[in-house]
Design a protein around this ligand. Structure first.
Ligand code: COA
Ligand code: AMP
Length: 645
């Protein structure tokens, strides 16, 4: 996903996901209709973990083909999800089932004799650290930390904000929260104070857990000043801030009334057991943007702060009893474009996830993937990509360079798992047509409709929607705002979940995602408008060979502004970095005489985006002054290069 998409979607509000957040979701029976009265949730009998894998594989890989599984999930969701729920250990069964995510992800593996198996491989080129952490060690850390949280007043139902880099302690905190039924909200380290304060005010955490420093190539991220500033800006204050001081770096703290030190707290902590919570108990809030055989190592090269980080780095692999790689580094520069190959080769990764942007970054620096050639990838079977459209050139390059099928699939923060994919375990082809994000995953009845809610013909662009009910694991609400949740996603097309993505299906049911169909507000626009010299501004996506899109601000300056363009641009870039954070990826500004507006004052975003990307654009009859487009075109010709030039 382009970072711009993440930022802009943040303003939609907080997303809430239920306990069933793992990749392949197998939880409680499905709700039949979210709005018109929920059917009571019914749970299937508990089956001990020792038989779970056999059951699961028999049920899903041998018994069903993809077509059978999809059909059953669509036509008889209760039967389908009852069977799937056998993969979970339930504390209480039947109606009102109870379970605990941390127990399912950690404790049951230890109880079943797999305590010495690697749970997490922490690989951090930025600090020169490599560490293997077993399931027993994860259990010890999560249970002691749960004791610390409880000692400081965190109860089931409270919320804990986690603002940490990619260190194992971030995962321990997620699991410790799940252990005691506290909801966690992990905030990506690339966001700055203002964005952090907005989330603190919204989520109202009882406790905030952070770290002393993050390590980015070439600079340190100082979390403490960022937290201090955020707390100054927010009206809600957490009771305490727990600080993990990273080894071999200076020790930091906050005001003594607020500050708790991780090491000191853990030294005296009493382990806490897993509490039993209802299956629909909220596990996390996230803003928008084998039994005896060798366990498979899985690596999701993302960040815990994204939805794929939650499901693919932490909960999904641990639920399956796999080993997950936690990588604190980049695809390039840590130290070179061979980094992904090195990690996969060294840890024997069987499957990997990453975003197309990361592949483009490697390709740009090392077009022949020379750095990777020294690392044999004998155990790698599949590479999965998602988060943004994967262009065919990048897909083909990745296939050649990694030597395995590259499978695009489609996610949303709201879904908590993939909506379309190539379900390899259900026998789907590992060579789907280029450009597709796969077929609908069983449980997601995806269809493409026009604005009048008529299903469109194959290969006709339309609104991608999902027929209700949604499967377990999908978001249940916007955080404490059920009304807005209903309004945003379920009102425009009654009976469907509106994904707000546009695309088409082909004759065989493969889905192609083309673009987001919603027009969302862009937070960078707000930050630029704060500048005293700017009277009007809009930010659009400029196509970029590496990142897909980068933000471009079109600004109208005050008539009396005397400052140089360079100074103004530097000030605006600083303002966005201070408010949103470096992840805003904001660096480009052009100054124009005016912005096009409709008579009702709206900016025609899609025309403007086409214009800046040198594509044909439409001037609708409602535009007040069509000449404005010509002026912008002239400015862009002088300042912004056409792609490829
Ligand atoms: N803490 C602080 N700053 C961070 C950060 C973090 N955790 N992560 C990124 N940043 C900073 C970077 O240092 C950079 O700052 P700079 O402008 O001073 O150089 C800025 O944010 C922009 O970062 P980004 O555009 O992400 O570039 P990158 O080189 O840090 O990372 C990728 C490149 C490809 C690794 C990264 O973009 C990525 O992992 N993308 C895929 C995300 C994903 O999994 N998406 C699917 C989500 S559903
Ligand atoms: P987020 O909720 O921030 O993770 O962003 C989800 C959005 O990213 C989706 O609505 C799509 O617009 C986009 N997206 C995710 N995966 C893909 C994909 N495989 N192809 C195209 N777009 C994608």
């Amino acid at each position: 996903k382009t970072v711009s998409a993440v930022g802009s979607r943040c303003l939609l509000g907080l997303k809430l996901s239920c306990t069933g957040v793992s990749g392949p979701c197998y939880l409680q029976k499905v709700k039949t209709n979210i709005w018109n009265g929920c059917k009571p949730l019914v749970y299937t009998p508990n089956i001990a973990f020792s038989t779970y894998r056999k059951q699961f594989i028999r049920a899903f890989s041998l018994k069903y083909t993809y077509e059978d599984a999809f059909g059953l999930a669509r036509d008889n969701p209760e039967e389908f999800w009852s069977e799937a729920a056998e993969g979970i250990t339930w504390f209480e069964q039947f109606v009102g089932g109870k379970m605990n995510m941390c127990y399912n992800a950690v404790d049951r593996h230890v109880e079943n004799g797999r305590g010495d198996q690697a749970a997490v491989i922490y690989d951090s080129p930025v600090t020169g650290t490599k560490q293997v952490i077993t399931y027993r060690e994860v259990q010890e850390q999560a249970s002691r930390l749960a004791g610390v949280l409880v000692r400081h007043g965190v109860k089931t139902g409270d919320l804990v904000v986690i603002y940490m880099p990619m260190v194992p302690q971030a995962m321990f905190t997620m699991l410790a929260c799940a252990r005691i039924g506290a909801t966690h909200s992990l905030i990506f380290g690339g966001f700055a104070s203002k964005e952090l304060s907005v989330r603190i005010d919204h989520a109202k955490p009882k406790l905030l857990v952070t770290a002393s420093f993050g390590v980015e190539p070439g600079r340190r991220v100082e979390y403490i000043p960022l937290v201090e500033k955020a707390l100054e800006l927010s009206s809600h204050k957490p009771h305490k801030v727990l600080i993990y001081n990273r080894p071999s770096m200076e020790k930091v703290s906050l005001h003594p009334d607020l500050s708790l030190d991780w090491e000191e707290e853990m030294a005296t902590a009493r382990p806490h057991n897993c509490v039993s919570v209802p299956a629909h108990h909220p596990l996390y809030v996230l803003y928008t943007s084998g039994t005896t055989g060798t366990p498979k190592v899985w690596w999701a090269a993302s960040d815990l702060g994204w939805v794929v980080g939650h499901s693919y780095i932490c909960y999904g692999p641990l639920l399956h009893g796999n080993t997950t790689v936690l990588y604190e580094g980049k695809p390039v520069g840590t130290p070179d474009p061979g980094a992904f190959f090195r990690v996969m080769s060294e840890h024997g990764t069987a499957s990997m996830f990453t975003a197309p942007t990361a592949i483009r970054a490697i390709r740009q620096q090392d077009p022949q993937a020379e750095h990777g050639k020294q690392y044999p990838l004998s155990r790698l079977r599949n590479l999965f990509v998602a988060g943004e459209r994967c262009d065919i050139e990048t897909l083909e390059w990745a296939k050649r360079s990694f030597g395995v099928p590259v499978l695009d699939h489609w996610w949303q923060t709201e879904s908590g798992s993939s909506i379309t994919a190539s379900c390899v375990g259900l026998g789907c082809s590992r060579t789907p047509p280029a450009g597709t994000a796969g077929k609908a995953v069983p449980g997601y009845n995806v269809t493409v409709i026009d604005d009048e809610m008529q299903q469109v013909k194959p290969r006709t662009l339309g609104n991608i929607v999902v027929k209700l009910p949604l499967p377990p694991g999908a978001a249940l609400s916007l955080w404490q705002n059920q009304t807005l949740f209903k309004e945003l996603y379920f009102t425009k097309f009654p009976g469907y979940y509106d994904t707000m993505d546009a695309g088409f299906v082909d004759e065989e049911g493969f889905l192609y995602i083309m673009s987001r169909s919603d027009v969302h507000r862009c937070p960078r626009r707000g930050s630029v408008l704060l500048h005293s010299a700017v009277v009007d501004c809009d930010v659009v996506g400029l196509e970029d060979p590496l990142k897909g899109h980068v933000p471009l601000a079109l600004c109208v300056l005050r008539n009396d502004c005397q400052r140089s363009a360079d100074v103004l641009v530097n000030e605006m870039v600083k303002s966005v970095r201070d408010t949103i954070g470096p992840v805003g990826a904001f660096k480009k500004v052009v100054f124009v005489k005016a912005l096009p507006k409709t008579r009702s004052g709206k900016i025609p975003r899609s025309s403007l985006a086409n214009l800046v990307n040198h594509k044909p654009y439409e001037i609708s009859p409602t535009i007040e002054d069509p000449e404005v487009f010509k002026d912008i075109e002239k400015v862009l010709r002088e300042t912004v290069k056409e792609p490829g030039k």
